[in-house]
Write a protein that binds this ligand. Structure first.
Ligand code: PNS
Length: 161
């Protein structure tokens, strides 16, 4: 079966920064499940189905990547998948406090589950789904920051196509 890692997030929408983490995680793990939060704390631009579909279209058919969704506590979902590793990407120091808090809370909730962090590639240091959406909302050029399909959907959402 091999070692599975869970990569959770809102993915609203998936970016090239996320995909870079996925690609690099595949060098260390046998398989990766991209777990899309069905009701994240923030209000999302894309529905759960749209977020999942954009991920599927971005990764094509990769036999070591599964796209799934989860509801409720992440640690319960991870335990149900018979693994104990959560993967999170980290950009700058500004991500640290939130990630640190979340990983400690998750550990408090389930001490068997470990969170590991991968530093983003320097190319994606300044990007995030949020800032890309902000640029797209006002017609900014976001090509190269997200997969082509995401670029198209963002333009459609904001009425630029
Ligand atoms: O991409 P994001 O928005 O930074 O991802 C955050 C996410 C979805 C991983 C986080 O909010 C989460 O795990 N939500 C599910 C509820 C939960 O278990 N929260 C953490 C401990 S209270």
């Amino acid at each position: 079966m091999g070692k599975l890692v869970i990569y959770p997030g809102s993915f609203d929408p998936i970016t090239n920064g996320h995909l870079s983490i996925v690609r690099r995680a595949l060098l260390m793990f046998d398989s990766i499940t991209i777990a899309v939060a069905s009701n994240p704390t923030k209000k999302t631009l894309f529905t759960l189905d749209e977020r999942m579909e954009l991920i599927r279209e971005s990764i094509k058919n990769h036999d070591r990547i599964v796209v799934d969704s989860f509801n409720g506590l992440l640690v319960d979902y991870v335990e149900g998948k018979k693994t104990n590793i959560i993967l999170r990407g980290m950009r700058a120091l500004s991500d640290f406090e939130y990630e640190f808090q979340m990983s400690l809370m998750n550990r408090k909730l389930n001490k068997n589950i470990q969170t590991i962090f991968m530093m983003t590639d320097y190319k994606w240091l300044y990007t995030s789904s949020t800032i890309i959406k902000e640029a797209a909302r006002f017609g900014g050029a976001i090509k190269g920051l997200v997969p082509e399909i995401v670029c198209q959907k963002l333009k459609e959402k904001f009425g630029f196509q």
